[in-house]
Design a protein around this ligand. Structure first.
Ligand code: GBH
Length: 471
């Protein structure tokens, strides 16, 4: 059983589905720039057209209706609305596009959850330093306020930033995502810091200026694997797993939900490693300033993206380098009993989600939780009858039910990633996460329901009525 008002959703993001990268006055984003550079994305693919949702929104809506979703999570392209990133110039065509999406959803009795930022910074702002520049916080706040003002009469669920950990680390330390920087050991912490400042500014704006009338809820979506010690009884492994949780989830969740500052485990690990190499840790992981709006308390619910789990022990290499990996000092291994999905990083561990949910309840003061992403990828030969993915969804949703009923976690919704196959960042179109298949060789970008989509729809219809138990 799930609560009668449980949100049953699916998620997408603008750059991954929309295409129309130059349509109707849209400005370029860092993913346009990045994917047009040679060697960045699998097969040098890009999101110029992607699922062409900019032109084919009605097709997406049909997919949403076919699944019987109660909620649809989409992101707005900042550069489609504000081509140079600032409110100096508003692209009305972009506003019209999202107005139609939102109105159509509501007319179909589907609630929109809107993410303001899902990896796609306007290039014009990157040119001024992007997320490394402190000024980004107030630019983001202006963009957020513009969105609250324009769409907030109808949108009641907001995510400011999706996965700041990924933007910071994968984009600025690993260089695998846009903007493709490999500034080891410094940039990621600065970017994470500015993302928290930006998020907090936007939450405070909503809270004081828009909430009284619009009565919605605002949070940020945090990704985390479930990390557990390789050897349950080993103190070093336990500490390594705690470090991984601190550096992934705690990095953002601690400031917002617990103390207003970074986890002590994280700060001391960075200080220790910095000292070893002759640096000052305090110059790497910034401190929050009293001049900024407080970060503590700036989430109305806990938004979690969960995909996989890891077993952890100390190590991981690069001890002599100034880099996050060395600070983290945690080597991650996969349990041989965990099946691997279509991408190497995604081992299928449904009960890891239950454990992570319990951890969140205990650590972050029993918040209302929305699982804003969870999914399973397929690679290689296309299989429309994707039984393995069906099993993944069924098992995962049953773990969510256990978290609610046996562990008392206040889970309020579940969003599958993703509504349809789309541009999977550096993996291009080679990795498929959809409940619908999209034929990228076909100019019509035909959408076809996978077996897993059919089965997810059955689960939804069973529980939406709130009548039966998961067998
Ligand atoms: C989500 O991130 C994203 O929000 C979504 O846009 C994306 O489509 C979805 O996952 C599926 O990937 O290449 O070995 O360095 C999930 C967290 C963090 C998982 C980065 C993959 C890269 C591993 N992701 N990680 S690797």
């Amino acid at each position: 059983m799930f609560p009668p008002d449980f949100a049953w959703g699916a998620a997408t993001s603008a750059y991954q589905i929309e295409g129309g990268w130059q349509a109707d006055g849209k400005g370029p984003s860092i993913w346009d720039t990045f994917s047009h550079e040679k060697g960045r994305v699998f097969g040098d693919q890009n999101g110029d057209v992607a699922c062409n949702s900019y032109e084919l929104w009605e097709k997406d809506l049909e997919c949403i209706q076919q699944l019987g979703l109660t909620h649809y999570r989409l992101s707005l392209s900042w550069a489609r609305l504000l081509p140079d990133g600032t409110t100096r110039h508003v692209n009305q065509k972009g506003v019209q596009y999202y107005n139609k999406v939102i109105d159509d959803l509501l007319a179909s009795n589907v609630s929109p959850m809107v993410t303001l930022y899902h990896f796609d910074l306007p290039q014009a702002l990157q040119d001024q330093g992007g997320w490394k520049s402190p000024g980004i916080a107030s630019l983001f706040d202006s963009y957020a306020q513009f969105c609250f003002q324009t769409f907030g009469d109808r949108v009641k669920l907001w995510i400011t930033i999706n996965e700041p950990q990924v933007c910071a680390k994968v984009g600025h330390e690993d260089g695998i995502h846009a903007p493709g920087l490999k500034e080891k050991g410094t940039a990621a912490y600065l970017v994470g810091h500015n993302m928290l400042r930006a998020h907090a500014a936007a939450w405070h704006s909503y809270n004081s200026l828009y909430r009284p009338e619009q009565k919605g809820a605002v949070s940020l979506a945090l990704n985390s694997d479930w990390y557990e010690p390789l050897n349950q009884g080993c103190t070093e492994d336990i500490a390594a797993a705690e470090r991984d949780l601190a550096f992934t989830l705690g990095w953002f969740a601690w400031p917002v939900f617990v103390t207003g500052d970074y986890p002590e485990i994280m700060r001391s690990a960075i200080n220790t490693q910095s000292k070893k190499l002759g640096y000052n840790g305090a110059c790497r992981l910034p401190s929050f300033s009293n001049d900024d709006p407080a970060v503590l308390g700036t989430a109305d619910f806990f938004a979690l993206n969960y995909y996989t789990s890891r077993k952890v022990k100390p190590g991981g290499g690069c001890e002599q380098m100034l880099c996050m990996k060395a600070d983290q000092d945690a080597e991650e291994v996969l349990d041989s009993s965990w099946p691997i999905s279509g991408v190497s990083w995604l081992a299928v561990v449904p009960d890891g989600l239950r454990k992570l949910l319990k951890y969140i309840k205990d650590t972050f003061n029993d918040p209302a939780v929305l699982i804003t992403e969870n999914g399973f990828s397929q690679v290689g030969p296309l299989q429309i009858e994707d039984a393995q993915r069906s099993v993944h969804y069924k098992d995962t949703i049953s773990e969510v039910a256990k978290a609610i009923h046996e562990d008392g976690v206040n889970v309020r919704g579940y969003f599958a990633w993703s509504l349809m196959d789309n541009f999977e960042w550096a993996d291009g179109f080679s990795v498929r996460f959809g409940l619908f298949h999209v034929d990228f060789a076909d100019s019509k970008r035909t959408r076809t329901l996978y077996q897993s989509g059919r089965d997810y729809a059955k689960i939804i219809s069973k529980y939406k009525s709130g009548q039966s138990k998961l067998e």
